[in-house]
Design a protein around this ligand. Sequence first.
Ligand code: NDP
Ligand code: MG
Length: 392
Amino acid sequence: MYSITILGSTGSIGESTLDVIAQHSDQYSIFALTGCRQLEKLAQQSIQYNAKYAVVTDESSAKRLTSLIMDLKGTTEVMFGSDALSEVASSNQVDIVMAAIVGAAGLLPTLSAVKAGKKVLLANKESLVMAGSIFMGAVKQHSATLLPIDSEHNAIFQCLPDNYNDGDQPSVKKLILSASGGPFRTWDMQKISKATPEQACAHPNWSMGNKISVDSASMMNKGLECIEAKWLFDTTMDKIEVLIHPQSIVHSLVQYVDGSVLAQLGNPDMRTPIAHGLAWPQRLASGVADLDLSEIAQLTFEQPDLVKFPCLQLAYNAAAEGGNAPAVLNAANEIAVDAFLDGRIGFTAIAQAVEKTLDSFDFYEPESLDAVQDSDNRARSVAVSVIKRIES
Ligand code: NDP
Ligand code: MG
């Protein structure tokens, strides 16, 4: 029996994880669940999965959650704050941690799980974008097992040679990340500039949280994923390519030096990479429907359009810059996406705000987590003032 903490259980990845776990309750039990705003859902999950602990961000949410759990006659103990998040991610009663908090808020608890040497299922790509070097250093130092849940990275992980990390890296020529192109792939720039949050969140293939949905529409998500891939697979940006594949069936590909290209295919359902991560190196049924290629009939591929989707180019630039540039990119993007979702700025202003924020920084190599967090904080305040200027 494996004991699991799900950081961000109330979100899209969190719910898919619980769905897979429910299918295998003889093998997996819940130690802790965490959420932020959706307290009713967290209370209900805590009861249904008999969680030992439920963690929220602040005291007033904790009081409300405690009373919701008492009303449901549950026994889950409620905690709050960032120390509590780190505690349930690193407890010696936990075997597996699913890191599925969205954004920079996921960094510290995920890193706590890594430092405790856990098996960490990484959905929170922002932690690697912000602090890739420190994060991967900690994985090595504490012998954590890091398994990628982002579908592209999980696909690449499945297609790499077994001894990739022990000498077989030169046999790999390229990592090819597929991208659906998002809901605006076929729109012209004029139409994209008028896109509403609802349209941006209506992803054609995947059902996801709002932030990553907007990132997919702007293709910032693919940019973040290139940086994520660089760190996860210890490679350089010139070996990473993006390929638009609107059907989201081929989840990514690995090109070998001998001309072989290995790909992982499946229906677009996050329960596949989640089940893969949970059971690795074994396999586990996930509840995902069998792939019917004759029904799908056609798989198509095209190059990304960097003019229509400037966020992808901005991410490439930040990756090339290195140091704290990706952390600045990520923080500015989080602020800009929030402003877009709030209706304060238009869709194209997301890229403008990120670009202006990046332009105002002198980059350096952040040697410590404090330095990363300082870059993140400063980028947020610059982005807020850039957006105020765009609003007025
Ligand atoms: P959601 O928005 O659906 O869920 C986010 C989770 O994080 C929720 O549980 C939310 O709580 C919690 N949360 C939000 N803000 C905070 C905070 N400040 N402190 C603590 N917890 C917080 O996101 P997704 O599930 O879609 O994505 C989660 C992560 O996985 C992201 O990093 C995303 O990039 C990555 N990912 C997601 C994929 C997907 O298919 N959804 C695919 C690949 C990667 P609450 O809802 O209670 O407020
Ligand atoms: Mg992805």
